[in-house]
Design a binder for this molecule. Structure first.
Ligand code: IVH
Length: 716
C-alpha cells in the first residue's frame, strides 16, 4: 500500500493526509524525475504547507515516509546493518582495446560465451549506461519504503534510510494500484555533473573544501550521520536492477522497466535492445557517440540478457552474474590549445606545473586545466606554451596531456626553474631540487603552501616530539588558519586546540580536551629541548639529524648560528677552493656531516625573510635552544678540560659571573641558566640559594671557586 490505509477507515484529517501524500508524490515525480511539472511551485507549496499544518496539529499522523520528512532529521548515532535478502553482486568488466583493429574484441568474446552456454546464435541483450555512483538497495513492502541500504560487502550493508529519504526522486510510497507486495529496487545514487559543479563552486565561495569528483561527493554524503546535511546535497537516483521481489512475474528486462515506470521510480536511460551481435556492436557505437549527452559520470555500457529466465539458467559466480558485462570505454581524448603554464605549490612544497587549456568538453565535462606533473614530463613530451595538445580524461583521474600535436613556430621549450625565476611562487623563497629527484621544491620552512608538512616534521618524535600532533591535526590547524608555520603552535590556546575540528563541517570531529592538554604539555617541554633537536625540527634543507648534531657541537646556542663565522668560513673556503686559489683553512675540525651545502643552506635560510621571521618569533617566545654537546674545537678527541661539560653559575664569586662564563666556554664548556639532570657542575659562590638545593636534590656536583680553579689547573 502506498497511502497509509490505516487512515482511510476514519473520516477527518487522515483522508486528507492520504490525498496530500498522493498528490505531493505525484508532483514530486513530475518535477524531479520527469522535469515536467504540471503545477506551479506556489501551488505545490500550498499543498505542502497544508500537509505540514495538519501534521502539526495531529503529530501522530507524521510518518517517516511523509513528503514533509524529506528535509532530514536528528542525526543517527551510527548506521544499523542490513543483510541483503539477495546478494548485491558486481559486474565483470570487458575493456575497449586501445589501438586494436577490433576494439570490442573482449565484448565479442563475452557474447560468444553466451552463445555457447545458451546453444544458439542470436541472444537478445539490453544496453544501458553504466552509472559511476554508489549502489543502493531500496526495499518497498506493500508500497512503502521500509529501508534503504548501501551495498557494503555485497551481503551486509549500511542502513541509510534517513539519508535516502531526502532524495526527492526516490518515491517514499508507491501508487497502491501497482505496488508489488515486495520490491527491492537496486540502483545508483550519484550527483549529476552539472549539480556537482555548481555545488563545488558554492562550497569554494563559502570557504569549504571542494569535492574531488561526483562519486566521492556522493559516497561522502551518503556516509553522513546527519540527514539534514544530506538534504542540502544534489543527490539523484536511477534504478537499474531488482533484488527481492513478490509480485506479477517479470519475463524480461522490459517488463521490469515498465513496472518501474508504473511505480514512478526513475530508471536508468537510455536503454537499447540488441537482438544479435551486429546490433550489440552498433549499440556500443551509439553509446560511444552519446557519452557527453548524459548528465552523470558514465564510464561504459552495461549489457544484460533480456530474458530473465535465461539469466537464471546462466546463474552467477560468487562475484558477478554470468549474464551481464560492463563494457568500459577507453578514456575520451580531445584536441585543444595549451594557453599557458602556471605553477602550483603543493602541500609538500613541490612545484607542480599545470597546463591552462582552451576549455574543451571531454566525457561530459569541461576541461580547462591538466596537470603536467613535473619538468621531466614536460621535457619528455616536449610541451610548449601555445601547443596544440591531445587531452585525456580517464575515469575519475585528473585530465592529462597525452601528447603534443603541433608547436607554434616560435614556441620555445619550457623551463620550470626559469619560469619561476628560481623562486617559490607562494613565498618567493629559493627553490631547490635534490639530486636524483625530478621535482623542484620550495626551500622555505615557513612557506604557507607547505605549512602542514613543516608542522608535522617539526612535531615528529625525532624533532621536538609534540604529542598528538600528526598530519591530520596539522592539516586542520592550517585549514582553520590557526597556524601557518610551526612556531605558531606556541601561540595556540588549549581551548582552540580542544575545539579544533579534524573532520569537516558536515561530520565534525573535535580534537578534544585530553589531546589538547597533551599538546600543550609537549610544547612546554619543547621550549627547553636541545639545539640539535631544534635545528632538525626547523626542516632546513640538507639539515638532517647528524648535521644538526654536528652543528650543535660547533655552536653554543641557536642565536649563534645565523652569524656563525665557522659556517661562513666553511662556505668561503670551498668557494675559494673551487677557484683553486687563496684557500682559507677552516680552523675547526668538522665531521663530514656539515659540508658547504649544509652551510650554504643554513646561512641562506637565516638570511631569508622566513629565517628572520623565525628568529624574531623565537626571541619573542624567549626560546634560544642550547647545545647539549658543545665542543667546538675538536670533533673526536676532547683535549680541552671542560669539553662538553655543562655549568650553572650561582651566588657571589670573586669576580663578575661573565668572567667565569668566558673561562668555562674557552675551555670547551657550556653555561646554562637553570639546573637539570644534565647539568654537570654548579659553580656556587657565597649566598647561593635555591640552586644549591636543587643541585643536591639532582645529584649535580657542586664546585666552590677554589674547586673550580683546581679543576682547570690539574687538567693539563
Ligand atoms: S546492473 C548483478 N546496471 O556497477 C549486478 N549495474 O560494477 C547487476 N552499476 O554493482 C547490476 N550502472 O552498482 C547495473 N546500468 C547499470 C549499472 C550498474 C552502474 C553498478 C552496480 C554494480 C556495479 C558493478
Amino acid at each position: 500500500m502506498s497511502e497509509p490505509d490505516l487512515f482511510s477507515s476514519a473520516p477527518g484529517p487522515e483522508l486528507r493526509v492520504a490525498e496530500l501524500w498522493r498528490q505531493l508524490q505525484h508532483h514530486n515525480h513530475l518535477y524531479y524525475s520527469q522535469a515536467e511539472p504540471e503545477i506551479s511551485d506556489a501551488d505545490y507549496d500550498t499543498l505542502y504547507r497544508e500537509l505540514e499544518t495538519i501534521e502539526k496539529s495531529h503529530p501522530h499522523l507524521i510518518h517517516p515516509n511523509s513528503p514533509t520528512q524529506r528535509v532530514g532529521s536528528v542525526p543517527n548515532p551510527a548506521f544499523a546493518q542490513v543483510s541483503h535478502p539477495v546478494p548485491m553482486l558486481s559486474i565483470d568488466d570487458v575493456f575497449e582495446l586501445k589501438g586494436a583493429e577490433v576494439p570490442e574484441a573482449e565484448l565479442i568474446t563475452f557474447y560468444e560465451r553466451l552463445q555457447k552456454n545458451l546453444g544458439r546464435k542470436d541472444i537478445a541483450v539490453t544496453l544501458e549506461p553504466k552509472i559511476d555512483g554508489v549502489a543502493v538497495s531500496l526495499f518497498y513492502e506493500n508500497g512503502s519504503l521500509e529501508y534503504a541500504a548501501t551495498r557494503g560487502d555485497g551481503t551486509i550493508g549500511d542502513d541509510v534510510t534517513q539519508n535516502v529519504r531526502t532524495i526527492r526522486q526516490i518515491p517514499l510510497t508507491l501508487p497502491s494500484a501497482h505496488a508489488p507486495g515486495i520490491l527491492e529496487v537496486r540502483g545508483e545514487i550519484f550527483m549529476p555533473i552539472s549539480a556537482f559543479a555548481q555545488m563545488n563552486e558554492e562550497r569554494e565561495e563559502a570557504g569549504h573544501p571542494a569535492f574531488a569528483n561526483p562519486r566521492n561527493a556522493t559516497a561522502g554524503t551518503l556516509k553522513q550521520l546527519d540527514s539534514r546535511i544530506v538534504a542540502t546535497r544534489p543527490l539523484a537516483f536511477l534504478a537499474h536492477g531488482i533484488g527481492a521481489y513478490k509480485g506479477e512475474p517479470l519475463k524480461t528486462e522490459i517488463d521490469f522497466h515498465q513496472l518501474l515506470d508504473r511505480l514512478a521510480i526513475p530508471r536508468n536511460q537510455p536503454t537499447r535492445i540488441a537482438d544479435n551481435l551486429a546490433e550489440l556492436l552498433e549499440g556500443i557505437h551509439f553509446f560511444r557517440n552519446h557519452r557527453a549527452d548524459i548528465d552523470n559520470a558514465t564510464d561504459g555500457v552495461v549489457i544484460k540478457i533480456l530474458d530473465r529466465s535465461e539469466r537464471e539458467k546462466l546463474g552467477s559466480t560468487s562475484r558477478a552474474p554470468r549474464w551481464a558485462a560492463a563494457y568500459k570505454f577507453l578514456p575520451e581524448q580531445q584536441e585543444t590549445t595549451l594557453k599557458a603554464i602556471t605553477v602550483q605549490v603543493g602541500r609538500t612544497g613541490v612545484l607542480t606545473p599545470v597546463a591552462e587549456l582552451e576549455p574543451v568538453l571531454i566525457s561530459g565535462s569541461t576541461v580547462s586545466r591538466a596537470t603536467l606533473h613535473n619538468q621531466d614530463e614536460i621535457t619528455k613530451k616536449d610541451i610548449r606554451i601555445g601547443d596544440r595538445v591531445l587531452v585525456e580524461k580517464a575515469g575519475e583521474i585528473i585530465p592529462a596531456i597525452v601528447r603534443v600535436i603541433s608547436h607554434l613556430p616560435a614556441a620555445v621549450p619550457f623551463s620550470l626553474f626559469d619560469f619561476v625565476h628560481g623562486k617559490c611562487p607562494s613565498c618567493h623563497a629559493p627553490v631547490t631540487k635534490e639530486v636524483g629527484f625530478v621535482a623542484w621544491r620550495c626551500s622555505n620552512f615557513e612557506c604557507p603552501a607547505q605549512a602542514t608538512t613543516s608542522i608535522t616534521h617539526f612535531s615528529a618524535r625525532k624533532a621536538l616530539d609534540i604529542d598528538s600532533m600528526g598530519e591530520i591535526v596539522a592539516e586542520a590547524l592550517v585549514r582553520h588558519r590557526h597556524a601557518t608555520s610551526p612556531l605558531d603552535l606556541f601561540s595556540l590556546t588549549e581551548e582552540t586546540l580542544a575545539n579544533l575540528n579534524l573532520g569537516n563541517e558536515d561530520s565534525p570531529r573535535r580534537f578534544g580536551e585530553k589531546n589538547a592538554a597533551k599538546v600543550m604539555a609537549s610544547l612546554h617541554l619543547a621550549r627547553s629541548k636541545p639545539l640539535n633537536k631544534w635545528l632538525f625540527a626547523m626542516g632546513i634543507r640538507h639539515l638532517g639529524e647528524s648535521a644538526a648534531n654536528e652543528l650543535s657541537r660547533l655552536h653554543q646556542r641557536l642565536s649563534d648560528i645565523p652569524t656563525s663565522s665557522l659556517l661562513t668560513e666553511l662556505l668561503r673556503d670551498t668557494r675559494a677552493d673551487a677557484k683553486k686559489k687563496n684557500p682559507v683553512l677552516v680552523p675547526y675540525r668538522i665531521t663530514g656531516d656539515v659540508g658547504p651545502a649544509v652551510a650554504e643552506s643554513i646561512l641562506t635560510f637565516f638570511q631569508s625573510e622566513a629565517g628572520h621571521h623565525a628568529l624574531s618569533r623565537l626571541a619573542e617566545l624567549g626560546i634560544d635552544p642550547i647545545s647539549n654537546n658543545h665542543a667546538p674545537f675538536y670533533a673526536d678527541s676532547p683535549a680541552l678540560p671542560l669539553n662538553g661539560k655543562t655549568f650553572v653559575i650561582t651566588g657571589t664569586l670573586s669576580q663578575h659571573r661573565d668572567h667565569f662564563k668566558e673561562l668555562i666556554e674557552k675551555n670547551g664548556g657550556l653555561t646554562t641558566g637553570s639546573i637539570s639532570k644534565k647539568t654537570d657542575y654548579l659553580l656556587a659562590g657565597n649566598a647561593a640559594g635555591s640552586k644549591l638545593d636543587k643541585a643536591s636534590q639532582l645529584g649535580v656536583t657542586v664546585l666552590t671557586e677554589p674547586d673550580f680553579d683546581y679543576l682547570l689547573a690539574t687538567y693539563k
